[in-house]
Design a protein around this ligand. Sequence first.
Ligand SMILES: [Mg+2]
Length: 229
Amino acid sequence: MPCGVLFDFDDTLVETTIHFNHAKEKFAGIMSSLDFPAEEALETLNRIDIRNVKHCGGFFKECFPRALGETYDYYCKHLKRETDLGLRKEIENLGWQVYEHPVKTMKNAGIVLKELHGRYPLYLATRGEPEVQEARLEQSGLARWFKKIYVLAKKDPDTYLSIAEEQKIAPRSSWIIGNSMKSDINPAIKAGFNGIYIHHPHTWDYETEEPIGGHIEAESIMDVLNIIS
Ligand SMILES: [Mg+2]
């Protein structure tokens, strides 16, 4: 059976978490101007955000703006301060603005895809809302390199196996490439694929996990060309 290469999208091919981090910095600035504990508020925000994502069962656009608003509510209540609805709106808007940034591709992502494209069928496996992710992919200019784009509700071994089955590729000679141990590499290993973990300095806590088995680690996407012969 032929082999294929599956790429993750966010923080593997395009910058994503960096925009969330900018919003978090601005949020911390507002919290600190209110004399709220800014550092602690960022941890609370992360906790509420992860809880909401789990609760919704996926990455929905409204999760992050909602978590920002709820974190503000939490401190207003906790510190017995009145909620300023205008400010609350402003805080939620920090979350919505994340989606308005122009899509920025990772350095060399296009070169790597172009090079591999002639050799293997390439697939994109990303999570999130189809409408949002398809628009971002279009904007990135990378869509043309993929034989098929999968916008998934979850990334688990069964999902990867069903892609392999549908595309008639053999997991043991195929690759899954991404920046998340939890969503890309560990499920890849469980499903019998080869995994390439690409380090990204701004990977979200939610994606952190210990590796469960053998995989290859790379410093940048360019390394992929040396790993996959
Ligand atoms: Mg990712």
